[in-house]
Write a protein that binds this ligand. Structure first.
Ligand code: FES
Length: 135
């Protein structure tokens, strides 16, 4: 795969970044010192505004022990190319957040290869999420 987008990445043709903001993710009292959940959302939203992908917040996604959790869902084109939702854990610093932005800007799952260091943070989705994503 190339890191160059093959399809327009705006509107419904773009990938979606789902940012967990449940009981643990984004909860400043449960974060390590120096983590800034509000700034993380600002980075993601600025990237979305510049590059045309979608950012949404969600309630608890399940794997709280791997907070902060972000799920990058493929665009329609990405899904047709074999891309599936990718779960990323421990997204608590600017570096990993900016890698999520770069990957989503390049097209996300099925369209662009993820940064290698971000790949190290990929986590297994909870079982019920895996069942839902196959439907
Ligand atoms: S609060 Fe994010 S996984 Fe539970």
């Amino acid at each position: 795969m190339s890191s160059t987008p093959r399809t327009p990445l705006t509107g419904s043709g773009s990938c979606t970044v789902a940012v967990c903001r449940g009981c643990c993710c984004g909860n400043a009292r449960k974060q390590q010192p120096g983590t800034d959940p509000a700034w993380q959302l600002e980075l993601l939203r600025a990237g979305a505004a510049e590059h045309g992908f979608q950012v949404r917040t969600t309630d608890c996604l399940g794997p709280c022990d791997q907070a902060d959790v972000i799920v990058v869902r493929p665009s329609a084109a990405g899904r047709r190319a074999g891309g599936r939702a990718v779960w990323i854990g421990f997204v608590t610093d600017d570096d990993s957040t900016e890698e999520v932005v770069r990957w989503a800007a390049a097209g996300g799952p099925g369209i662009a290869e993820p940064p290698l260091t971000l790949e190290l943070q990929f986590i297994r989705p909870p079982r019920d999420a895996r069942v839902r994503s196959r439907r």
